[in-house]
Ligand binder design. Structure first.
Ligand SMILES: Nc1nc2c(c(=O)[nH]1)N[C@H]1C(S)=C(S)[C@@H](COP(=O)(O)OP(=O)(O)OC[C@H]3O[C@@H](n4cnc5c(=O)[nH]c(N)nc54)[C@H](O)[C@@H]3O)O[C@H]1N2
Ligand SMILES: Nc1nc2c(c(=O)[nH]1)N[C@H]1C(S)=C(S)[C@@H](COP(=O)(O)OP(=O)(O)OC[C@H]3O[C@@H](n4cnc5c(=O)[nH]c(N)nc54)[C@H](O)[C@@H]3O)O[C@H]1N2
Ligand code: SF4
Ligand SMILES: [Mo]
Length: 898
């Protein structure tokens, strides 16, 4: 090998459920490169903005590297002994149901399997639940009601082969970007392909849509029940399939009622024309796929929404064949794997059911375990209520951040504060949850750990390590196994590595299966370490002796109910919660393009903050004017559970009467923007999934005495202003500030970059006492290390331009004053807010290029490179071009009228 010889590792992206294959290459000089794996069937080489930025998130800053007990470094032995001792003692005194594990779709299948085995077969409680409860539980419950098993019938190819893709409650462009790109490419090849987006907001995904149905929140059941009736009335049903493979159709149809388009229009707020167009499209398009995600699952009627959608596929027999099917896309990299190993409190391993005595017996026999749970355990929201009221006295949280992501999150924080024993396994040292831990256990992170994950199309791929374990970190399966051994279960948890766990798990999936259960990966029972390392991405089922079979389920029936028939579910539309006068808005929450959940990893790179750097509330202009709020002012969003303060983003794209707030911001990045503190802990009666998209809320303007914006080379310590939001910027940090009472700006500025000022520094100030404005810029050895812009109204300086100045060396005094004035110069133009994170191309550059004739996304790509690498920004570029064209048309009209 020469010094240049790279070492390449095939692994899988740790973010979304698309499950893209990644190749990580370690160069001789130790640097890592990350690229998409051309041979991986999920992405064929593509990566989105988050995947493309993975390398930048590998640094060890913020990492938890050693075990801690009560905030002090401890040895693994001390920490593990203590966890085992406390759990054992609590169980001995209060019974098995007094302890709980709260796990995550971000641990690997092997970790998950071991955690589930310990709780359900050895501790003897089913109090293990996962953050997938907040994510996929309604889909799981809907699948089980309809199919008798939690089976996703289709494959990604179906999205490309379809002639109609209906996206319900899914912002695929931002949340499953590579799947979105696959659809985009398929549509380009097949111009007859149609896309419908059903979402109360106009999202980036709508840029690809032929029809956007901006329905009123939580009215999906009415829309899909109407569709069921329409399909029947227009004779677009597959009677043979209904007859042979299903039951309950008449009840479902009765429950749906006649297709009364006027009534559906009044419930959903959609026009009759749009509803009729949508129904007719579905009726005439055999190759229809309905993709759904959190706008469906995260609802108090989530399971009914799922079944209302599935009903429309059963009635047309559009399931399990190329280009057709209902398709629930999973969120987390291993949400699917977690469902398979029984990570939910109401499931057993390998898709077996707790309620089924045969299944319980089977699992217990296979494990040879001392006990086996007989009843479902507490689901996430109830689990934390039980912690809060003292029924659960010891909890172990792994790879999830419930103080930010569970509804009624301030109560969750209190629950942990008063819980006698809290263990947290994480990769990050300080999170909003880890601060409550009695014991902190350092887990190996992506790039270090080894195991498997399952993506949205049931494809199992390896996550493989290519970095050494830093500090004393250990893989999650090892940590759980060591605690199990110390609790007296040494034999059952003596694994030599993840391959041994996977092998056992595969064995259980095949055990007394013989086609009676969907999940069978018996082909991998007995897999050795070498074969495991070479494991190519594989879609299940994969029973022993079969190399490959048709990858889809249910084209010819064969459901996993007793009579092998699918169940139509009679679902009834129920009105969403009434909005009280004091809480007249619907608070909707979700994701942005470049951040992952609570930002513990994506928050480590400036590139991913350049797109959106501050928490915001998206409001419709009419709503904003009704409450007297202007763009960029601050608003309070409140419910009876809690309140937050975020920036107002006024946009026609918002649904009227709704306010959308991203879920990502934590106390680590903002003063008060944990949106789940406001979200109501209302759950779906079947799945227990919280309705995170619908909380009655009040929105009001926050009267600020002053606003500020700063760029800083060093991360400031305690910030202390009424409002702040901190983000990474190239070469430092960017900080938004505001206060309710006036302050001495200079003192505040000094307090935020204390320690920097000395003989080598140069401070330039500008103060406008009457206007309530002030600006400060600080150079150290001629490099800009801090700049502050204060004003009595929201600061109008271009953020991206200011960030680009950090570390710069202005040529002359005039340039320095220009910076202070917030005025871009010819050699440092203002590129505007970043749209393309790969090439750091901003709005202004795109608009400028468009004015010079680059009026298509492709032309923008040619001129500026924007959108030509990961492609995640192409929808937004399109949206900018459309807005510009529409504005041009308006201007023309005005000119003509004039
Ligand atoms: N960039 C990024 N990508 C991610 C993640 C991330 O954190 N960041 N997380 C991953 C995870 S875990 C998940 S679960 C997925 C989630 O992926 P998505 O479900 O696509 O994302 P969300 O933004 O949560 O919600 C989707 C949409 O539901 C809409 N919605 C709200 N209420 C309703 C309603 O009543 N009916 C309908 N039809 N729609 C409604 C919202 O307006 C929103 O646009 O994303 C995954 N991918
Ligand atoms: N309001 C509102 N709330 C929501 C949602 C919403 O749409 N709206 N969405 C919900 C959904 S769908 C989801 S999936 C959840 C996500 O919410 P969380 O699961 O709470 O979010 P993450 O930030 O992904 O938390 C993962 C944690 O695991 C750590 N970690 C990463 N890798 C590893 C590892 O290998 N081992 C260990 N031990 N730790 C690791 C990270 O540092 C981080 O602290 O949020 C839910 N909450
Ligand atoms: S779409 Fe993006 S976040 Fe999702 S797996 Fe692929 S690269 Fe990762
Ligand atoms: Mo999720």
């Amino acid at each position: 090998m020469t010094a240049e010889d790279p070492k390449a590792t095939k692994t899988t992206c740790p973010y979304c459920g698309v499950g893209c294959g990644v190749i990580a290459t370690k160069k001789a000089d130790g640097t890592i490169t990350i690229k998409g794996d051309r041979n991986h069937p999920a992405n064929y080489g593509r990566l989105c903005s988050k995947g493309a930025a993975l390398r930048e998130t590998l640094s060890l800053d913020d990492r938890l590297l050693f075990p801690e007990v009560d905030g002090e470094r401890a040895s693994w032995n001390e920490a593990l002994d203590l966890v085992a001792e406390k759990f054992s003692a609590t169980i001995a005194e209060h019974g098995p149901d007094s302890v709980a594990f709260y796990v995550s779709g971000q641990i690997l299948t092997e970790d998950y399997y071991v955690a589930n085995k310990l709780m359900k077969g050895y501790i003897g409680s089913a109090n293990i639940d996962t953050n997938s409860r907040l994510c996929m539980a309604s889909s799981v419950a809907g699948h089980r009601r309809a199919f008798g098993s939690d089976t996703v019938p289709g494959a990604y190819e179906d999205l490309e082969q379809a002639d109609l893709v209906v996206l319900v409650g899914s912002n695929l462009s931002w949340c499953h970007p590579v799947l979105f790109q696959r659809i985009e490419a398929a549509k380009a090849k097949n111009p007859a392909m149609r896309i419908v987006v059903i979402d109360p907001r106009r999202t980036a995904t709508c840029e690809l849509a032929d029809l956007h149905l901006a329905l009123s929140p939580d009215t999906d059941v009415a829309l899909f029940n109407g569709l069921l009736a329409f399909l029947q009335e227009s004779k677009a049903v597959d009677n043979a399939y209904i007859e042979r493979h299903t039951k309950g159709y008449h009840e479902a149809l009765k429950s749906a009622g006649p297709c009364d388009i006027s009534k559906i229009a009044s419930i959903t707020g959609l026009s009759r024309q749009d509803i009729a167009t949508f129904y007719a499209m579905v009726a005439r398009t055999e190759k229809t796929v309905t993709v759904y995600s959190q706008g469906v699952n995260q609802s108090v009627s989530g399971t009914d929404k799922v079944n209302a959608i599935i009903n429309t596929h059963l009635v047309t027999g559009r399931i399990g064949r190329p280009g057709v099917g209902p398709f629930s896309v999973t969120g987390q990299p291993n949400a699917m794997g977690g469902r398979e190993v029984g990570g939910l409190a109401n499931m057993l391993a390998c898709h077996m059911n707790i309620e089924n005595p045969d299944h319980r017996h089977l699992v217990q026999t296979f494990w040879n375990s001392p006990v086996m749970v007989e009843r479902a355990g507490l689901k996430a929201v109830d689990m934390f209520k039980a912690v809060r009221d003292g029924r659960i006295k010891a909890i172990w949280i792994m790879a999830t951040n419930p103080v930010d992501s569970l509804p009624d999150a301030d109560e969750v924080a209190l629950a942990l504060k008063f819980c006698p024993f809290v263990v947290v396994s994480d990769v990050t040292k300080q999170t909003d949850t880890s601060v409550y831990a009695d014991v902190l256990l350092p887990a190996a992170a992506w790039g270090e750990k080894d195991g498997t994950v399952t993506n949205s199309e049931r494809r199992i791929s390896r996550q493989a390590g290519f970095l050494p374990f830093p500090g004393e970190v250990k893989p999650d399966w090892w940590i759980i196994g060591e605690v199990a051994k110390r609790m007296g279960f040494a034999d059952a948890f003596d694994y030599s590595g993840p391959h041994g766990i996977f092998s056992e798990y595969a064995g259980l999936s095949a055990y007394e299966n013989n086609g009676s259960r969907d999940f069978d990966i018996g082909a991998f029972a007995g897999i050795d370490a070498e074969a495991y390392d070479r494991l190519e991405p594989v879609q299940w089922p994969r029973p022993a002796g079969e190399t490959a079979r048709d990858k889809r389920f249910f084209a010819g029936g064969g459901f996993y109910t007793e009579d092998r028939k699918a169940n139509f579910i009679a679902v009834e539309y129920t009105q969403p919660r009434k909005l009280a006068r004091r809480f007249p808005f619907v608070l909707n929450t979700g994701r942005i393009r470049d951040q992952w959940h609570t930002m513990t990893r994506t928050g480590k790179t400036p590139r991913l903050f350049a797109h959106i750097a501050e928490p915001y509330a998206e409001l419709h202009p009419e709503d904003a004017s009704a409450i007297g709020v202007r763009d960029a002012e601050l608003v309070e969003v409140a419910s009876p559970h809690g309140k937050i303060v975020v920036r107002a983003l006024i946009s026609e794209k918002a649904g009227k009467g709704s306010v959308f707030v991203p879920m990502h911001w934590t106390d680590q990045f903002a003063s008060n923007a944990r949106v789940d503190a406001v979200v109501a802990p209302e759950t779906d009666p079947f799945s227990g999934q919280p309705g995170s998209k619908f909380t009655p809320a009040a929105v009001s303007k926050v009267d600020c005495a002053w606003y500020g914006f700063a760029i800083l080379k060093d991360r400031p310590g305690a910030i202390g202003t009424d409002y702040w939001a901190l983000a990474q910027a190239d070469g430092g940090w960017r900080l938004e500030l505001a206060g309710l009472q006036s302050v001495v700006f200079e003192d505040l500025a000094r307090s935020l970059c204390l320690g920097v000022e000395d003989d080598d520094t140069d401070l330039l100030t500008y103060v406008d006492e009457r206007g309530g404005a002030a600006r400060y810029a600080l150079w150290k050895n001629d490099q800009l290390v801090a700049a502050f812009f204060f004003a009595s109204s929201p600061v109008e300086v271009s953020r991206q331009w200011a960030c680009n100045l950090l570390g710069s060396k202005p040529a002359n005094a005039a340039d320095r004053y220009r910076i202070l004035a917030g005025r871009p110069s010819a050699d440092r133009p203002d590129c505007g807010a970043i749209v393309c994170s790969c090439f750091q191309v901003g709005v202004n550059q795109i608009l400028e290029a468009a004015k010079n004739g680059a009026t298509s996304v492709a032309a923008i790509g040619e001129t500026l490179q924007a959108g030509t690498n990961c492609g995640s920004c192409r929808s937004e570029i399109n949206s900018l071009l459309n807005d510009l064209a529409a504005k041009g048309a308006d201007d023309d009209d005005i000119a003509k009228a004039g």
